[in-house]
Design a protein around this ligand. Structure first.
Ligand code: XMP
Length: 523
């Protein structure tokens, strides 16, 4: 059985608790708070007062939500949120709930207000310190506060909303109808920073160096003298997690690197060199290239490929782990977005927790306790920790790469030859894009070997050879993406080089679909 640890306690700097009403933007709020160098955690709106106060929150933020506070069974919070003396910022639904609970008046508006509006600050308040009197703010609401509760002043308005911001300076309770967390709200960053620093008096102290020190101490306490294993993929998450654990318990950690044969050019050697020679970690390299090819023989269906690769990976990992004695702990690079508890609004169902296994799900009978030092972090924070730990740029800045590797970039059957073809084409794409000066730099770029053959002419002869597709995208997180407008001269160079240098390829296509409707990977 894989047991969840009592999550490694986050760094003991001031914590802001974000109570989530199912808003689209809850994670964005958490990020904005952290960008103000303040640690934040998201809890479901109906978290018990005990759960909230256990975090000793220095401030509480109430998110927006898709429901109406005027609905008979509207989602609420423990009333002590408003009476405990802790500063509170309510955003959208959060502001309406605060107004309703404290005696304000709300109505369902005749016309809903969505999108950009002009925000006008109408009263002096620390919430708007340094903010222009008028600025653009992003609104998205149906209900409106028409009379703030006793003790509250109107701080800002828009043409469609007379109470766009309200505040009670004595009780340090504030509400904004607009969304300060989205980039389209000009004063958003300032409003959040003002609430945290000026109103709640929280110092900007959430820094990655202090995270590193405290996390290392926590890992030492959790693991004691136990033996720990970690699967290295070469990706930034497992690299940073392993390095933190190694800093804490040194030689008690053994890293297992499974060479699937499905990595990019030189990648296996680079991973092992970086971890064994530069970081001096104990790395077991397993050459499993033949095993993966054997498992993939004759398989064309993309899902079947993924399943087989996942199972084979686990089988190999387990075999290697069994060669070591007394292993008690397994390191995983689980990130915060994977562990946030969120309640589906309206469903009244229990909390859903997304579980995430970066080694593809471990067998139940492996009695290992998880060490998850990145559970509190977002991806960009992981990169920052990597930098603080001194990891090489090649790892910290590594572009995303799918777990099943080149197998999902060889459409159709995966054979040693076809993997070699895509690997050679991919190296050209990567080398050329990295050598070019591009603004914006694509977020991800690679080659795909299609199962198509087409007619060409080379020299004086007819060819009938493979079509390779080139994909380069711009994106922030891989959830949505646009195709990168690469210069024609660069595309030409990539095309010419692949056709000339990679045997069996006579035609190149450039993928000009965004996501959605396409996905980033072709399989
Ligand atoms: P899709 O193809 O779903 O890809 O649009 C979005 C991002 O996720 C990466 N990707 C994966 N990453 N394991 C991973 O760790 C996987 O199985 C996997 N499949 C896709 C993909 O490269 C892109 O960045």
């Amino acid at each position: 059985m894989v047991t969840q640890p009592n999550a490694i306690a986050p760094v003991r700097t001031a914590t802001v608790v974000i109570l989530d009403f199912g808003a689209q933007y809850s994670q964005l709020i958490a990020r904005r708070v952290r960008e103000a160098d303040v640690y934040s955690e998201i809890l479901p709106h109906d978290a018990s007062w005990e759960a909230i106060s256990a975090r000793e929150p220095a401030a509480i933020v109430l998110t927006g939500g898709p429901e109406s506070t005027l609905a008979p069974d509207a989602l609420g919070v423990d009333p002590r949120v408003f009476s405990s003396g802790i500063p509170v910022l309510g955003i959208c639904y959060g502001m309406q709930l605060m107004a309703r609970e404290l005696g304000g008046t709300l109505v369902r508006s005749q016309h809903r207000e969505f999108g950009a509006a002009t925000l006008e600050v109408v009263a002096q308040s620390p919430l708007f310190a340094g903010v222009a009197q008028t600025s653009r703010a992003w609104m998205s609401h149906g209900d409106t506060v028409v009379a703030p509760p006793p003790g509250f002043a109107t701080l800002a308005r828009t043409t469609g909303c007379a109470q766009a911001a309200i505040g009670d300076a004595t009780r340090k309770l504030y509400g904004v109808q607009f969304h300060p967390e989205v980039v389209h709200t000009d004063a958003g960053k300032s409003v959040i920073a003002n609430f945290l620093h000026e109103i709640a008096g929280i110092a900007a102290a959430w820094k990655m160096d202090s995270f590193v020190d405290t996390t290392i101490a926590n890992i030492k306490a959790q693991v004691g003298g136990g033996r720990v294993i970690c699967a290295l993929s070469g990706g930034v998450d497992s690299a940073v997690a392993a390095t933190l654990v190694a800093r804490a318990v040194g030689t008690q950690l053994t890293c297992i690197f499974v060479d699937t044969g499905l990595l990019r050019a030189n990648e296996g050697d680079a991973v092992v060199a970086a971890f064994r020679d530069v970081l001096h970690l104990d790395v077991v390299r397993v050459d499993a290239r033949e095993r993966f090819l054997a498992r993939l023989a004759g398989v064309i269906d993309p899902e079947e490929k993924r399943i087989r690769i996942g199972h084979e990976f686990i089988a190999i990992f387990e075999e290697e782990a069994n060669k070591l004695t007394d292993v008690g702990f397994l390191v995983q690079g689980t990130l915060y977005p994977d562990v946030i508890e969120s309640k589906t609004p309206g469903s009244k169902a229990g909390h859903k927790i997304k579980s995430h296994h970066n080694v593809g799900g471990l067998p139940e009978h492996m009695a290992l306790t998880l060490v998850e030092p990145l559970r509190a972090l977002f991806k960009d924070e992981v990169r920052e920790v990597g930098r603080v730990l001194g990891l090489p740029d090649a790892i910290v800045q590594r572009q995303p790469f799918p777990g099943p590797g080149l197998a999902v970039r060889v459409l159709g059957e995966v054979t040693a030859d076809r993997v070699e073809t895509v690997r050679a084409a991919d190296k050209i794409v990567t080398d050329e894009i990295e050598a070019a000066t591009l603004d914006p730099k694509p977020w991800q770029y690679f080659a795909v070997l299609t199962p198509l053959q087409s007619v060409g002419v080379m020299g004086d002869g007819r060819t009938y050879a493979n079509l390779v597709a080139v994909r380069a995208i711009t994106s922030e997180d891989g959830m949505t993406a646009d195709w990168a407008r690469l210069p024609h001269a660069l595309l030409e160079k990539i095309s010419t080089r692949i056709v000339n240098e990679v045997a069996g390829v006579n035609r190149i296509a450039y993928d000009i679909t965004s996501k959605p409707p396409a996905t980033v990977e072709w399989e």
